[in-house]
Design a protein around this ligand. Sequence first.
Ligand code: KG4
Ligand code: ZN
Length: 436
Amino acid sequence: MLIPSNVCFYNYFPGIIYILVIMLILNKTVQVFFKPSKRKVDGFLRSFNFHPGTLFLHKIVLGIETSCDDTAAAVVDETGNVLGEAIHSQTEVHLKTGGIIPPVAQQLHRENIQRIVQEALCASGICPSELSAIATTIKPGLALSLGVGLSFSLQLVDQLKKPFIPIHHMEAHALTIRLTNKVEFPFLVLLISGGHCLLALVRGVSDFLLLGKSLDIAPGDMLDKVARRLSLIKHPECSTMSGGKAIEHLAKQGNRFHFDMNPPMQRAKNCDFSFTGLQHVIDKIIMQKEKEEGIEKGQILSSAADIAAAVQHTTACHIAKRTHRAILFCKQRDLLSQSNAVLVVSGGVASNLYIRRALEIVTNATQCTLLCPPPRLCTDNGIMIAWNGIERLRAGLGILDNIEGIRYEPKCPLGVDISKEVAEAAIKVPRLKMKI
Ligand code: KG4
Ligand code: ZN
């Protein structure tokens, strides 16, 4: 047995609860059938979970996330209340090895998943039998990591006899903002992290138009590589920070004007991104500086802070420019409101305040509202997966009673790719002063 499904406070008071439920049913029935309409009757029937032992009148989802290097779980209800959550981060282990080694990540997921799910459930104070469904990330991500979450979830689904909701990790990132803010569809989303980089128009729970994505690596990956090359793990102020956070921290002490770097893809009038070229330029600068300062690879350069400031600024300008074009494209095609458009930014890199300020300059210039989930919801977590499950339950999309043949998918694009159409529109973006 994976999770004991019968140990819970409510089991000691079945009589009281059943009486309460019957009273509620009667109350609802009177409200609905006093003025009957098909919509009201359908809504009435949908609002109940008829699972044995399920006594709550609203939806509750357990979300499980293992797509990369975080083992996370959460229990969320349909009003967005986080009833319980738990997370085990592997960052410290992977920092030591200089990057994620998939079999190591898989082993750590295996060691922690049962405890993390149990902790989230216990913290929520609800019985597993009271869950409406179990939602789990099945795409995209590291194959070995996804596999652990999926096989654990399928056993749990089988044990508890609950519906299963397979989750697209990027869809979950994009919808998180609807848990914290009142945001209606459509809105534009920019997802920037160690593994993702894309711009998409969110038209509905599972209705996305992909406007652009990174043609090579993600910005967080590039910042991690630069931080590693600068040996920031040996820097007394940065030793426990992720690469991106270390760059942001050090950049505050540096002067970006000491190095001249051009944002990538300046001539390409699309919404795609690229970070590999920038990474190579920085590698060359570091090599040159090591020669000038007469130090070995692996020691910290005296100009590390200036390099960090320059790379952060160049990254911010690149991201801001592509996002600016995406806003203009959506407005030109009437895909976003002219006066009330929303840009949502999420992913680990979205916690970078310098990059946020660059994006604020863009949203101010285009009369858009910039929204970011709080940092703990920007990075990978179980809450966003559970919330995506709630969104799908409410929309009646992708809820499986039969889990036969379900597989994880390491690669899986998000939505309908219209990046060619965006490129053909060749929108010229007005120059903005990036005084950050
Ligand atoms: O979303 P996340 O936790 O995991 C995935 O990549 O999916 O993002 C982690 C990435 C790492 O590359 C990390 O260096 C970057 O986000 N990051 C930052 C900051 N904090 C984390 N990048 C820039 N500035 C930060 N403050
Ligand atoms: Zn993510």
